[in-house]
Design a binder for this molecule. Structure first.
Ligand code: PLP
Ligand code: COI
Length: 342
């Protein structure tokens, strides 16, 4: 693996795609298995204007990270979970079913070939974006017959540009992101286009992002556009249960385990009422891109609510610290989450 790092301003990384050396590209026709693929130079791809993904949104993706750790190794965090979720997303979106062997080989090959773009220990991480989409031409609404799977990477820093400040989020029932029995629990690109307008409205009003409520029961919360939510009430940590319309986050699952097994908190996956969240001691969001980020204020259309004392909560910081320490191999990994590539 390439050990000498690229000349990149590692201290000022944002969450933007930077070009790297190579990317994975594989192809599959419906009815076949994912077998073929190889690394090609990083760059543009060409598509027909009638490609299914461009017209009918038949596309899915994953989000994972590679770290250069305290043990001077390159590692992935729980890639088996991303592989399993991509398999589920392919099935829900009528795409040939992904398999773990193919997915892991493509991800590992791409990360290894671009290892010199992984930020040095303590300077960020490499975001890995596997994408899969229908490319054959369609005008009638139907699933494609030809598909492409790609993996590209980028060195990244923090997702939110708030520096060391907790988030100020906007909660409204004016928009829904996903619906029960829809595709909210798949990592389908359409879920993200649904969140663009509400997300930009929230940002134009000065908030960092949106909190979505459940489409059928608007009294309970769901998640954000790119992260799951947790609410601490006393010694109880609550998170919306996986009802089909929210994403089964890898970080969400890791937070639940850390909170239960390492911090002795009671964790409940349940319906979380808006009022419970607004009067909670701590609120935080979590995801691969956002890691664990504390929420200081939540505004509804009526009022601004300060969470706790408006700063990062104590348990939020403890959970974040443990998660990052495991990911960066600064402490032992009691759960066997780390997947070394070197
Ligand atoms: N919810 C949504 C809508 C997301 O896009 C993400 C990010 O992937 C998450 C939750 C968190 O999932 P994970 O922890 O697997 O990154
Ligand atoms: C991730 O955290 O990996 C995500 O997929 C969120 C993304 C939309 C930035």
């Amino acid at each position: 693996m390439k050990q000498n790092k690229q000349k990149i301003d590692w201290d000022n990384l944002g969450f933007n795609p930077l070009p790297t050396r190579s990317m994975w590209k594989g192809e599959c026709v419906s009815g076949d298995d994912w077998i073929n693929g190889k690394l090609i130079p990083y760059g543009e791809i060409s598509l027909s204007p009638a490609a299914c993904v461009l017209n009918y949104g038949q596309g899915i993706f994953e989000g994972m990270k590679a770290y250069h750790t305290a043990k001077d190794r390159i590692v992935l965090f729980r890639p088996d979970k991303n592989s399993a979720r991509m398999e589920k997303s392919t099935e829900r979106m009528c795409i040939p079913k992904m398999n773990e062997k193919y997915f892991m080989n493509a991800v590992s090959a791409t990360v290894k070939d671009n290892a010199d773009f992984i930020p040095p220990f303590g300077k960020g991480s490499m975001y890995i974006r596997p994408i899969c989409f229908g490319v054959s031409k369609a005008i009638a609404v139907q699933a494609a017959t030809e598909y492409v799977f790609m993996v590209f990477t980028s060195p990244v820093g923090p997702y939110f540009k708030v520096g060391a400040k907790p988030l100020h989020l906007y909660l409204t029932d004016k928009y829904h992101r996903a619906a029960p029995k829809g595709i909210g629990n798949a990592k389908a690109i359409g879920n993200y286009s649904a969140s663009l307008y509400p997300g930009s409205e929230a940002k134009s009003k000065g908030f960092n992002d949106m909190i979505y409520v459940h489409a059928k029961n608007e009294k309970i919360i769901e998640e954000m556009g790119a992260a799951n939510l947790f609410v601490l009430c006393g010694d109880e940590l609550l998170t919306p249960k996986l009802g089909g319309s929210i994403l089964d986050g890898v970080t969400r699952d890791s937070v639940i385990t850390i909170a239960r097994d390492l911090l002795n908190l009671t964790v409940r996956e349940t319906d979380v009422e808006i009022n419970t969240m607004l009067s909670a001691d701590e609120v935080f969001c979590c995801g691969t891109a956002v890691t664990v980020t504390g929420v200081g204020r939540i505004s509804t259309d009526k009022k601004e609510h300060v969470i706790g004392d408006g700063n990062f909560g104590e348990k939020t910081l403890q959970i974040k610290k443990k998660l990052l320490q495991i990911q960066k191999e600064e402490i032992d990994d009691p759960f066997e989450w780390i997947h070394p590539l070197s």
